[in-house]
Write a protein that binds this ligand. Structure first.
Ligand code: UD1
Ligand code: CA
Length: 453
């Protein structure tokens, strides 16, 4: 007997008012459905099935990395009908765990408890008590406290609406029984839908006891139906991640103003100021400080690095002891060796810079290699693009580039060369040479400035 996991993700998500299928909206940088799939993968299982429909191939295309079986529900006729699409593929002896593409915070622990609970009766159901049960299916129990039915909000009597125990939707049912009951569902209700929840009364009629499991927390069973609930889930998830990082030693100035949309690997004694966003896979060494309002994506940062406020780093490797920012922009495929200084309003793209080199102000370097201990003056621009192709600029060791220099690529400046301020470099510069291109200064004495009429 194995476990088959069925994830329901065919619904429209009307209340998001979005052209994107609801389950593809993101929480902490990952789609809602990715969160659910990832949780499912953590459970030992035989197969995972995802029922998709609304949005067509967009949903399977967005989750190609997951080893799941995609089953299309052409018309969304209800949760019972959605499950029915998968059942022919599932062996009778297996247990079936039902998950929801729009309930992303469910934990592996709760699901394991639910799976274990099904082993006695063949049917376990996750419920919880909430202060505001509006919109949820209500759990109906008899005088012995046995679960006998689930009634949907729209079909509930006034008395039933005052029940605070709700159906989270999560359940585990033996496949043989599930097939029997799902195939007998009718859509005789206010929404003309085949409700999966109606299998509860069918189980009772067949004398199958339902083992209730109480959810660990209400937050993990919260469904995302609108953008307000999505934002609420995001904040909750971010806070959990932030506290997790702090428990492992990261200094966060304010856990409420830190966002991690991916994976952060950490060393010791890292300090992160407010409004920092980390995306993708980021690795920090020891003793790294990140100033306020920085955005760092898919980057490796070594030890003793200072990233000053308002810096953006995307897809870069930053060496030991570097100083970056404030207001620097490091674009993809940039590598900084040890002790490199990158100052304000410097943009780097596809550039590697050797140990101890400095670019402290207002420059753009693209498709460039720079050696060690080279100084690039303010306002230096590599003209790397001729309108059709990109070209390389190579600058050697111990080069001094004065301010306001344009390097017309492809061009090479060899070790020890000096480029005078204001020069437009169009030819290679040899070792230890001075290159200067400037129009000569004229002086006109006693010059009268024009005056206002
Ligand atoms: C459902 C339950 C309700 C429970 C609540 C918990 C039913 C009838 N009701 O209500 O008891 O309290 O979840 O969150 O099951 N879906 C499909 N195909 C369909 C319809 C829905 O795949 O034809 C998917 C949706 O994409 C969604 C999930 O099933 O992921 C739940 O559907 P939704 O319409 O949101 O059900 P609720 O009204 O929330
Ligand atoms: Ca829902």
């Amino acid at each position: 007997m194995g476990l088959c996991i069925v994830i329901l993700a065919a619904g429209k998500g009307t209340r998001m008012y979005s052209d994107k299928p609801k389950v593809l909206h993101t929480l902490a940088g990952k789609s809602l459905l990715e969160h659910v799939c990832q949780t499912a993968m953590g459970l030992s299982h035989r197969d995972v099935y995802v029922v998709y429909g609304h949005g067509g191939d967009q949903v399977p295309n967005a989750l190609q990395n997951f080893q799941v079986n995609w089953v299309e529900q052409e018309e969304q006729l209800g949760t019972g009908h959605a499950v029915q699409q998968v059942l022919p593929d599932i062996p009778d002896v297996d247990n079936v765990l039902i998950l929801y593409g729009d309930v992303p915070l469910i934990t592996e622990e709760s699901l394991k408890t639910l799976v274990d609970a099904a082993s006695t009766t063949g049917f376990s159901l996750l419920t919880t008590h909430v202060e505001d049960p509006h919109g949820y299916g209500r759990i109906i129990r008899d005088e012995d406290s046995k679960i006998v039915a689930i009634v949907e909000e729209k079909d509930a009597t006034e008395e039933q609406k005052r029940i605070f125990e709700i159906n989270t939707g999560f359940m585990v049912v033996k496949a043989e029984l599930l097939k029997l009951w799902v195939n007998a569902l009718s859509n005789n209700n206010k929404q003309d839908e085949y409700y999966l929840t109606d299998i509860v009364s069918k189980a009772v009629a067949d004398d199958v006891n339902i083992t209730p499991v109480l959810a660990e927390s209400n937050i993990e069973v919260k469904g995302i139906n609108n953008r307000s609930q999505l934002a609420e889930a995001e904040r909750y998830f971010q806070l959990v991640q932030a506290h997790h990082l702090m428990y492992r030693g990261v200094g966060l100035c304010d856990p409420a103003r830190f966002d991690l949309r991916g994976e952060l690997e950490i060393g010791r004694d890292n300090e992160i100021d407010i409004n920092v966003v980390i995306e993708g896979r980021v690795k920090l060494g020891n003793n790294v400080t990140i100033g306020a309002n920085c955005y760092i994506k898919d980057t490796i940062i070594a030890d003793n690095v200072n990233v000053l406020a308002n810096t953006m780093i995307d897809n870069a490797v930053i060496g030991d002891g570097c100083n970056i920012g404030p207001f620097a922009r490091i674009r993809p495929n940039t590598t900084l060796d040890e002790d490199v200084h990158i100052g304000n309003f410097v943009e780097l793209k596809k550039t590697d810079i050797g140990k101890g080199s400095k670019i402290n102000h207002l420059s753009y370097l693209g498709d460039t290699h720079i050696g060690t201990e080279t100084n690039i003056g303010a306002g230096t621009i590599t003209c790397n693009y001729d309108g059709a192709n990109k070209h390389q600029t190579i600058i050697g060791d111990k080069v001094f580039v004065g301010s306001d220099v344009q390097l017309i690529a492809p061009v090479k400046v060899h070790d020890g060369a000096t480029i005078a301020a204001g020069t437009t470099v169009t030819k290679d510069v040899a070792e230890n040479e001075l290159a200067i291109s400037r129009s000569e200064q004229k002086s006109i004495p006693k010059w009268k400035r024009p005056s206002k009429n």
